[in-house]
Design a protein around this ligand. Structure first.
Ligand code: NAI
Length: 251
C-alpha cells in the first residue's frame, strides 16, 4: 500500500457498486478513511463489508439526507477532505420523446445532487484545511447524442457548476479545489445493462467503434484519475476537467 491519501477523509456517493465502489477501493488502498453512501441499502451493506469501510444510507436528491451525512462525518471523523459526487442515473430519450417527469428526475439525481453535496459539504471541508471535490460528469457532458437529451444536459451542467464552485472556493484561505471527471463508456452495471438489454443490436461493438483505442474503459481507469485529483499531487489543478475517453474527443 502506498499512502497518497494518508490522513484524508473521503465521502463517495453512489458507491455501493460500479465506479463509486472502485474509487472507494482505490482510495482505501492509498490510505484514506472512506465513507461510502448510496440509496441501495442491501448493496451498500455488502460493499461496506467487502471493503471494510464506513457506510451511510443516503438519497443524494434529499437535502436533509445530505445534512445528516455531513453531520455524521463531522461527529465521527471531525474532517472531510475529499468529496466525490458520483451517484447518477442514465436515461435514454430524445427531446421529443422525453417527458417532463423523466427530465426532472435525471436532473434531480445527476445535477441537483451535486449542488446539494457541494453546498452542504463545503463548510466542513474548509474547516478541514485544503480539500478536493470531484464531480463525476461524463463524456456525454462534452459530446451530445441525439437520444440522451436529459443526460447530456445534466452532465454538461455538472461540468460548468464545478467551475463556478472552483472559482468560489479559490477566494478562501483553505483552498478546496473542484474538478470534474468525464468518463467514456465504462464497464459497469449501467453500461452492461444497456448491452444486455438488446443483444441482437450488438451494442457493445457499436460503443467500442466510437472509441479510438477500441475498448471500453474499465472502472480502474476512472478510479486512478479520481485518486490523482484527490491527492496533493494535483494541488494546483482546479476548475478544470479530466476527459477519460480513449481518444474520442480528439476525433
Ligand atoms: P451504477 O448504476 O453502476 O452506479 C450508480 C450508483 O448510484 C448505484 O449504486 C445507485 O444505487 C446509486 N444511486 C442512484 N440514485 C441514487 C440516489 N438518488 N442517491 C444515492 N445513490 C443513488 O453507475 P456507474 O456506471 O458506476 O456510474 C457512476 C457515475 O458515473 C454516474 O454519475 C454516471 O452517470 C457516471 N458515468 C458512468 C459512465 C459509464 O459508462 N458507466 C460513463 C460516464 C459517466
Amino acid at each position: 500500500m502506498t499512502e497518497r491519501l494518508k490522513d484524508k477523509v473521503a465521502l463517495i456517493s453512489g458507491a455501493a457498486q460500479g465506479l463509486g465502489k472502485e474509487m472507494a477501493k482505490s482510495m482505501i488502498a492509498e490510505g484514506a478513511e472512506v465513507y461510502i453512501s448510496d440509496i441501495n441499502k442491501e448493496q451498500l451493506n455488502e460493499t461496506a463489508k467487502e471493503l471494510s469501510c464506513s457506510f451511510i444510507l443516503h438519497d443524494v436528491t434529499n437535502l436533509e439526507d445530505w445534512q445528516k451525512v455531513i453531520d455524521h462525518i463531522r461527529e465521527k471523523s471531525g474532517a472531510l477532505n475529499i468529496l466525490v459526487n458520483n451517484a447518477g442515473i442514465g436515461n435514454g430519450g430524445d427531446i421529443e420523446s422525453m417527458d417532463l417527469d423523466t427530465w426532472k428526475l435525471v436532473h434531480n439525481v445527476n445535477l441537483d445532487s451535486v449542488f446539494l453535496g457541494c453546498k452542504l459539504a463545503l463548510p466542513l471541508m474548509r474547516d478541514s484545511g485544503n480539500g478536493s471535490i470531484i464531480n463525476i460528469s461524463s463524456m456525454s457532458g462534452i459530446v451530445a447524442s441525439h437520444n440522451t437529451s436529459a443526460y447530456n444536459s445534466s452532465k454538461a451542467a455538472v461540468r460548468h457548476l464545478s467551475k463556478s464552485i472552483a472559482l468560489h472556493c479559490a477566494k478562501s484561505t483553505n483552498l478546496v479545489r473542484c474538478n470534474s471527471i468525464h468518463p467514456v463508456f465504462t464497464r459497469t452495471a449501467m453500461v452492461q445493462g444497456m448491452i444486455d438489454a438488446a443483444p441482437e443490436r450488438n451494442i457493445e461493438q457499436k460503443l467500442i467503434q466510437q472509441i479510438p483505442i477500441r475498448k471500453l474503459a474499465e472502472p480502474k481507469d476512472i478510479a486512478n484519475a479520481a485518486v490523482f485529483l484527490a491527492s496533493d499531487e494535483s494541488s494546483f489543478i482546479t476548475g478544470t476537467e479530466i476527459l477519460i475517453d480513449g481518444g474520442l474527443s480528439a476525433t
